[in-house]
Design a protein around this ligand. Structure first.
Ligand code: SF4
Length: 158
């Protein structure tokens, strides 16, 4: 292989269980992936040197979007990556991280001070409501087999 696949892994509003699965999968795949993949962004694997986003071939994104800041960052990720893959149910369809979207008036009034304090959006969004998403890995947490197939697919293409 001439050049390594440049991969990013990002988490927004979620429990990060797909990140844990991803780390678990490294137990079996690390030696192989090390030769073929450059993980340019992955907070679980390496310290980010500065705030600058680097160009990526594939960005895996888990979690839903719940603030303007997150929305901006996701748009920047989209600008920097050729392929953007939504990882897990929260990223693909918004749930279960978007539970407050379905609160009644009384519950919404209760949480309003928190939403205001942390500058959260009125509604929690799935990724495709903010940017173009190329692939979906469903599941809560992500379906491991689909994730591995996706990784193989883009390793073959690169
Ligand atoms: S999809 Fe499930 S496992 Fe993944 S972040 Fe959301 S709640 Fe957690």
């Amino acid at each position: 292989m001439d050049k390594k696949l440049r991969v990013g892994w990002f988490s927004f509003t979620c429990c990060e269980d797909s990140t844990i699965l991803f780390i678990e999968l490294l137990n079996q795949h690390y030696q192989d992936w090390l030769k073929k993949i450059d993980f340019v962004h992955a907070r679980a694997l390496r310290r980010e040197t500065n705030g600058e986003l680097q160009k990526m071939d594939v960005a895996f994104v888990e979690g839903a979007i719940s603030s303007d800041r997150q929305e901006e960052k996701l748009k920047k990720i989209r600008e920097k990556t050729n392929i953007l893959i939504a990882v897990g149910s929260c990223a693909c369809v918004g749930s279960p991280s978007n539970q407050r979207n379905f609160f009644n008036r009384e519950n919404l009034d209760e949480i309003k001070p928190i939403l205001d304090k942390f500058k959260y959006k009125e509604k929690v969004l799935k990724l495709s409501e903010v940017v173009k998403v190329d692939e979906l890995i469903p599941g809560c947490p992500m379906n491991e087999e689909i994730f591995l197939r996706m990784m193989e697919k883009y390793l073959e293409i690169s």
